[in-house]
Design a protein. Structure first.
Length: 164
């Protein structure tokens, strides 16, 4: 039988990550939430898609999300489509809503608004009290790809990090 204390701690860890994300506290995520050798898998055909290796790559990804005004809702009281649960000693699965609106230039140079409103299911493996492995599943991959391709007409994060 699973240890309820570990399950509660794992749930709190994931919730804390989103609280820190929404308040731009990426340093706390780095120090207290992510394992240094974290692997984060995000599907899609857009510049932010792919596997991120290590906390720094994931935090760079998070910073890009915040630049696009993305906020995350993981609160079944305010958004009943969201929720979180633990499975066994090391697994957390949640459904969150990523939402944001930002301005981009269209092909003619005009400013247009693009909006993301996506439900995502995310599977976490917790190791030694830290998030160690993540797989994201997207409810509407085409909408997510369209949003990120409009906002980020850039190389993937690992390539941009290599240039710094």
């Amino acid at each position: 039988m699973a240890n309820t204390t570990n399950q509660e701690a794992n749930l709190a860890l994931v919730q804390r990550m989103y609280d820190c994300f929404n308040s731009d506290d990426l340093d706390t995520i780095r120090r207290e939430v992510f394992a240094p050798d974290l692997v984060w898998n995000l599907p899609g055909r857009h510049p932010l898609a792919g596997t991120k290796y290590g906390a720094e790559e994931v935090l760079a990804f998070f910073a890009e999300l915040r630049q696009a005004n993305i906020k995350v809702t993981l609160d079944p009281q305010s958004d009943p489509a969201t929720g979180i649960d633990s499975f066994g000693e090391t697994t957390v699965v949640e459904v969150h809503r990523g939402r944001g609106t930002t301005s981009v230039s269209d092909a003619g140079g005009n400013q247009v608004q693009v909006t993301l409103n996506a439900l995502n299911c995310t599977h976490y493996q917790i190791k030694d009290g830290r998030i160690a492995e993540v797989q994201v599943y997207i409810s509407d991959q085409y909408a997510v790809d369209n949003f990120f391709n409009a906002v980020y007409q850039l190389a993937p994060i690992p390539d941009r990090l290599a240039r710094d």
